[in-house]
Design a protein around this ligand. Structure first.
Ligand SMILES: *Cc1c(COP(=O)(O)O)cnc(C)c1O
Length: 402
């Protein structure tokens, strides 16, 4: 059999992945495992999903040739504009797909966890669209820090439940969502927001985000006469925008993959979210993967300026491609990301999300050949990050002088 970096029949990517779940969820996860491929590959699902992506999300998202940035970095740089999607990021591609699946499976209630609130908003949005009750678990600290997204979720009709256990952040919200799922496995569908969680979630989310590379193939061919780039670049939190970006190229060795993770103050400082650099094998969120943990196996809180990359784990697909050297993983510190966001803003007139800015910052660490075709995914827009950009103007170098 040809070597593949996609999931195997047991839900593993190399040694990573699997489904480490409490007994009480076994039936629900088995059922999902049995149904998801059947549904996702059916014509009925595909038609409905593609129509919503087109008419509701605004897809295909443009593939934009960034002329000035290309000159600066000595390559042909194309930006995949997920920032132009409805709700401002790639997350909606996934929530649309999962809510259609939930309906087809006869589920009547949606739960989700959220850190910064981006996945919570994307979930609340599709629940409003489909008239489904929605409960979003969010750490009490994040509820306080992310006021605007909390109000967006509530306006959309979702119930936001602040979680007051632990550090009151994403990990604790996830535990609470899993607890809820355990109590109501029959009627509840748990919409997970990234390529994390027990199998089949990482594969399911990767497939639902794979529309990104499906479009890149077609758009790149149209623009360059070739349907593959030399380089693909994306930021990684849990890994979903990166998974979508690489999905149709992952086994194509002509294409180099670069993942940018959030270094925080530095991957070796202990104040970081660079899980691939600083993590060790462990189990988080139902999946065997790299996890930031202390010597006793207690999870260490991730730290990054960008809330969406603040996750102490990493998708099993990404842990595997890093371990197998299929991908190059770069750690980008807070100040590098802020500076890159300002640079993209001034050079191309695009204010990116702080998460996406980590991928932009990785450009400086690359050594391209002049004709190299580079596709970089701009996972989201920067409106939500304006307060941070303003308060960190001092990191913007020559661009911060205004
Ligand atoms: C949530 C988020 C991310 C990180 O999540 P992935 O699953 O790694 O893609 C990146 N960019 C934006 C804009 C986000 O909202």
């Amino acid at each position: 059999m040809k070597k593949t970096f996609h999931v195997d029949g047991q839900g593993f990517y190399g040694e990573f992945g699997g489904a480490y779940i409490p007994e009480i969820l076994y039936a629900a996860v088995e059922n999902l495992k049995k149904e998801y491929l059947k549904v996702l590959e059916s014509k009925e699902f595909r038609d409905e999903y593609m129509q919503l992506l087109r008419d509701y999300v605004g897809r295909p998202s443009p593939l934009y040739y960034a002329r000035r940035m290309s000159e600066k970095y000595g390559c042909r740089l194309y930006l995949k504009r997920e920032d132009l999607n409805h709700t401002g990021a790639h997350k909606i591609n996934n929530t649309i797909g999962q809510i259609l699946l939930a309906k087809k499976m006869g589920k009547t209630r949606i739960i989700a966890e959220t850190g910064a609130g981006q996945h919570g908003v994307a979930t609340a949005t599709v629940c409003a669209l489909m008239d489904m009750p929605c409960v979003v678990y969010q750490g009490a600290l994040d509820v306080k820090r992310q006021r605007l997204n909390v109000e967006r979720m509530r306006m959309l009709g979702a119930e936001v439940r602040p979680v007051t256990t632990g550090n009151m952040t994403l990990k604790d919200a996830t535990n609470e969502a899993i607890r809820d799922w355990c109590c109501h496995p029959q009627e509840t569908f748990y919409i997970i927001g990234s390529t994390v969680g027990p199998h089949p979630y990482p594969d399911m989310v990767a497939r639902l985000q794979s529309i990104i590379s499906e479009e890149i193939k077609e758009q790149l061919f149209e623009k360059t006469g070739r349907d593959y780039p030399d380089w693909l670049m994306a930021c990684v939190g849990g890994g979903s925008n990166a998974a979508g970006t690489i999905y149709h190229y992952i086994d194509d060795e002509r294409v180099n993959i670069v993942l940018a993770e959030a270094g925080g103050l530095g991957a070796d400082t202990g104040h970081t979210a660079a899980t691939i650099h600083a993590g060790r094998l462990g189990i988080l969120h139902g999946s065997k993967t790299l996890v930031m943990q202390n010597p006793d196996g207690q999870i260490i809180e991730a730290e990054s300026i960008s809330a969406g990359l603040d996750y102490p784990g990493i998708g099993p697909m990404h842990a595997n491609i890093a371990q197998q050297h299929r991908a190059t993983v770069l750690s980008i510190n807070d100040d590098e990301a802020v500076k890159a966001a300002y640079e993209l803003t001034r050079m191309e007139g695009i204010i990116p999300a702080l998460e996406s800015a980590h991928a932009i910052a990785a450009l400086q660490k690359m050594n391209f050949k002049k004709d190299d075709i580079v596709v970089l995914t701009v996972s989201g827009r920067g409106d939500k990050d304006m307060d941070t950009y303003i308060s960190h103007k001092h990191m913007a170098g020559e661009y911060g002088d205004f």
